[in-house]
Design a protein around this ligand. Structure first.
Ligand SMILES: Cc1cc2nc3c(=O)[nH]c(=O)nc-3n(C[C@H](O)[C@H](O)[C@H](O)COP(=O)(O)O)c2cc1C
Length: 180
């Protein structure tokens, strides 16, 4: 069957979902979920995500020049959903979702304590891309919970890594297929 072009990405699913945390120039912290997200370069370490330019997240990043990409687990899926609600610009979504803002080491934007990993990023570049803004961040620091690493191996099943299917539906890793 042919699908409606407006929702072409519906079948490019599930997609990893991240919580991007930022701070406004007035010092109000913010977090929102994004699933249009991808690594773009390993050296230098660059990550990209696409945000509507209307989102507070995009405005804050253009104003302050930094952000944190946090990896949420299934344990905080309800709080993540609250972060997608519109709340007044002068209120913190991190507080509204009863999450905890934690000071970052390399950037002004806070990280989210309840997430199992985080990338502290400075804005590398931004590009208009249709109805979204492609935001590329240079990763300055990566942190992950100790118990999710076994040497160099990331214990993805243990992490509860969340993926977005559509609307209020999320998926978890079901099976690992090994080619050797
Ligand atoms: C699971 C999920 C994934 C989302 N992914 C994106 C995305 O990739 N790009 C985008 O612009 N909005 C995305 N949204 C919508 C924003 O998170 C939502 O509009 C949010 O309120 C924006 O917050 P802000 O204005 O505080 O930045 C997503 C929402 C959910 C629930």
């Amino acid at each position: 069957m042919e699908l409606n072009l407006k929702k072409w990405y519906r079948i490019l699913a599930p997609r990893p979902v991240v919580l991007v945390s930022t701070v406004s120039s007035e010092g109000i912290s913010n977090a929102a979920p994004f699933s249009f997200v991808t690594p773009v370069s390993s050296d230098p370490p660059l990550i990209a995500f696409a945000s509507s330019p209307k989102h507070e997240t995009a405005k804050n990043i253009l104003d302050t020049g930094d952000f944190v990409v946090n990896l949420p687990s299934k344990d905080i899926v309800r709080q993540l959903w609250i972060c997608a609600d519109s709340i007044p610009d002068n209120e913190s979504e991190i507080d509204a979702a009863k999450l905890t803002a934690e000071k970052s080491l390399k950037v002004r934007s806070p990280g989210i304590k309840e997430c199992f990993a985080r990338y502290e990023c400075e804005l590398e570049s931004h590009h208009a891309a249709g109805d979204h803004l492609l935001i590329i961040g240079r990763i300055l620091r990566v942190d992950v919970k100790d118990d999710l690493m076994e040497g160099e191996k990331f214990l993805v099943e243990k992490s509860g890594f969340l993926m977005h299917i559509e609307g209020p539906e999320f998926g978890l890793l079901g099976e690992v297929v090994k080619v050797k």
